[in-house]
Write a new protein. Structure first.
Length: 410
């Protein structure tokens, strides 16, 4: 358990809150590059209402939603004149928040030069649009191999429902290897038939960019061991490195994935993902290399969720809940904890060491920001920045040497 005050510190994400200011020190995904065209997109991030758009020069911009004039929503604005024009009185803002035009003011007026609309810098990488919502000079963009290497093709998406709960509940689920053997214990529809077997050994360790667990289970053949590694990276990323399915070891090796848990506000969380496929495996025969075992949610479910109609579990004719996909099982386990879990009531066991380690990491990151330092994982010196590679997620072997951390070369 943790005190109520600490739970508040970790879960509240609005402007000026400890966790909110921590998140604002990172580049966060706000949209999909391929879906950002001429139309504006309404965005809510970290408790702020914003509008995302691409200007006539192809540059992405993220501005406060309400016009600085009289608060009409720029969601209905027109992309023209080098920026976005308010539909009410025509005030025109560029991607930096500078006011370029005020049609109702005298031609010689300098008023527009004194207006600075809230704007956040945006960059595109790996198929995602990232924004920096913090103070001061933005840090370097994330340098994960999955995002930047020419060895991969990528698919950026929002393939998961919006969750009506706090961000930390989703992140804590990532460092909980025991739930995989209980919640996902029906091999008939799990993407991994070895999950139902309880791990015989679980290691948790701090990494350069976050924390990682390593779970050891009996392998698919007698005398083999199956090792699964799951990374939680700052500020809220579930990361899988390359790895073949232990059930189908002859399949092409999946390139890996990154899944950002982005707080919409205190009680709503959405996810942006990038899935990587090694170029050498791209063909119709090897489509499995790109689908990570078919765990994606159906598009119609996603569309309803993004419109604010969150997924609700259905029952069969016998009244039992239909939780026949891995994502549904995770969803109900996470969301049913409540909008913000009261962690002062919990009773943690030895298998919860990863969750304790996660909370410690976030508290240290919050403290760093409060003291004017960069939190874990933020890079500013190009000379020290290097491409972040993820270890293989799935490994099967017979000896310790075959099960040590390894990296794929594509």
């Amino acid at each position: 358990m943790i005190p109520v005050a600490q739970n508040e510190m970790l879960t509240r994400v609005g402007p000026g809150t400890p966790a909110g200011e921590m998140f604002r020190r990172y580049w966060l995904p706000v949209g999909i590059s391929g879906e950002l065209r001429a139309a504006t997109q309404k965005v809510r991030m970290l408790g702020e209402d914003l509008v995302l758009f691409r200007d006539e020069f192809g540059r992405p911009g993220l501005l406060a939603r309400d016009c600085s004039h009289r608060s009409t929503s720029l969601e209905y604005g027109r992309i023209e004149g080098g920026g976005i024009r308010c539909p009410y009185h025509g005030w025109l803002y560029d991607i930096r928040g500078d006011c370029l035009d005020m049609p109702g003011e005298p031609k010689d007026s300098k008023f527009k030069d004194r207006v600075k609309h809230t704007a956040y810098p945006c960059r595109e990488i790996g198929g995602l649009v990232f924004a920096y919502m913090g103070l001061g000079e933005p840090p370097l963009l994330p340098t994960f191999e999955i995002l930047v290497s020419d060895s991969f093709t990528r698919r950026a998406s929002m393939d998961w429902p919006v969750h009506p709960c706090n961000w930390l509940q989703l992140v804590e689920n990532d460092q909980d290897p025991v739930h995989a053997s209980v919640l996902h214990n029906d091999s008939s529809f799990s993407q991994n038939s070895l999950f139902p077997t309880m791990a015989t050994r679980i290691d948790f360790e701090e990494t350069e960019a976050g924390v990682m667990y390593t779970a050891y289970r009996p392998g698919p053949e007698p005398g083999t061991t199956y090792v699964r590694r799951v990374n939680s990276l700052m500020p809220g990323i579930l990361a899988f490195g390359p790895g073949r399915s232990p059930d189908h070891h002859d399949d092409p090796e999946f390139g890996g994935s990154l899944r950002w848990r982005v707080p919409v506000d205190d009680t709503t969380t959405k996810m942006f993902s990038v899935y990587a496929t090694p170029r050498k495996y791209q063909s119709d025969r090897t489509a499995k290399a790109s689908d990570m075992g078919g765990i994606f949610v159906k598009r119609d479910i996603i569309n309803e969720s993004l419109a604010g109609k969150y997924w609700i579990a259905e029952r069969n004719a016998d009244g039992k809940f239909i939780l026949d996909e891995t994502w549904k099982q995770d969803y109900v386990a996470i969301v049913s904890q409540g909008a913000i879990t009261d962690r002062s009531r919990e009773k943690l066991g030895t298998s919860d060491r990863g969750i304790v380690q996660l909370r410690k990491m976030y508290m240290e990151a919050i403290k760093a920001v409060q003291e004017g330092r960069d939190p874990k994982g933020v890079m500013r010196d190009p000379a020290k920045a290097s491409m972040v590679r993820l270890p293989r997620t799935n490994q099967v072997g017979r000896t310790e040497d075959e099960l040590v951390v390894s990296y794929a070369q594509f």
